[in-house]
Design a protein around this ligand. Structure first.
Ligand SMILES: C[S@@+](CC[C@H](N)C(=O)[O-])C[C@H]1O[C@@H](n2cnc3c(N)ncnc32)[C@H](O)[C@@H]1O
Length: 255
């Protein structure tokens, strides 16, 4: 198995366990000199919350605290749109989008972890979200037709994908002309050490696969998107081994 596939298998295994409630996502900085703890076991939380009116659309069990932004809130969703959520997890962002696009719209969530899809489908039943469909698949080869969706959203997932250019090329392929993506993700402003890159728990914890803001925007630009904008940003109290910082941002672009 090559390195990229090993990384993905580890991610799949970890998120499978999280979906079944057997594992809690705990991000513990490997360099913890300023975390304010005696034992260095500070658990770092990057989750973000939707405003109350959007939260009302989220059934119990769909927010596993795995997101790092609120992409649906910046996606300019209107009734009748088709929305695709990449790495949909237990479905949180799909259910928010579902409320905005209504019964004439459609939301497709794609995830590569079977246990997450089961959880998402259980959650869908709880609120009878007829306009939401969860599909098994990988972001690098999306099970979605070319030029078929109005919006792509994603919450704290693309950092987990080893080939980010392939991910954004797929986003470009499936979007209709003038369609828009809104992606919340983790970026860094320092160097991720080899030790951090090799740390399987830190990969699954959305740290080791993160790029710098410039590298990230560079990929989006290279793929051909227009109107690239960072619409929100948050700095975390987390230090990489190199001393660099960790951020979440929400970036948008149009085809
Ligand atoms: C950090 S969780 C975020 C889940 C959800 N977006 C949320 O905010 O709760 C990452 C999710 O992305 C999925 N994932 C990671 N890499 C993927 C890939 N290459 N293709 C499809 N799904 C992927 C994982 O299975 C997991 O459910």
């Amino acid at each position: 198995m090559d390195t990229n596939n090993k990384i993905k298998e580890n991610v799949k295994q970890k998120y499978g366990q999280i979906a079944k409630g057997e594992l809690k996502l705990e991000v513990t900085p490997s360099s913890c000199c300023s975390c304010g703890s005696n034992d260095g076991k500070v658990v770092f939380d990057m989750s973000a919350q939707y405003k109350d009116s959007d939260r009302a659309a989220i059934p119990d069990g769909a927010d596993l605290g795995l997101g790092c932004g609120t992409p649906a809130a910046y996606a300019d969703l209107v009734e009748g749109m088709t929305v695709l959520d990449l790495g949909s997890g237990a479905g949180i962002d799909c259910f928010v989008a579902s409320k905005h696009v209504g019964s004439t719209g459609k939301v497709i969530g794609v995830d590569m972890t079977e246990e997450m899809l089961s959880k998402a489908n259980e959650n869908k039943k709880k609120i009878n979200a007829a306009n939401v469909e969860f599909r098994f698949g990988e972001i690098e080869t999306l099970p979605v037709d070319t030029n078929s969706v109005d919006r792509v959203i994603s919450n704290c997932v693309i950092n987990l994908v080893p080939d980010k250019q392939k991910a954004f090329s797929e986003i470009y392929r499936v979007l209709k002309l003038n369609g828009k993506f809104t992606v919340s993700d983790i970026v860094v402003d320092g160097v991720i050490s080899e030790k951090e890159r090799q740390d399987a728990a830190l990969w699954a914890g959305c740290v080791s696969g993160a790029l710098s803001r410039n590298e990230y925007i560079g990929i989006i630009d290279k793929v051909g998107f227009n109107n690239i904008n960072i619409v929100s940003e948050k700095k975390y109290d987390y230090k990489l081994e190199s001393g660099g910082g960790l951020y979440s941002f929400t970036v948008t672009g149009t085809k």
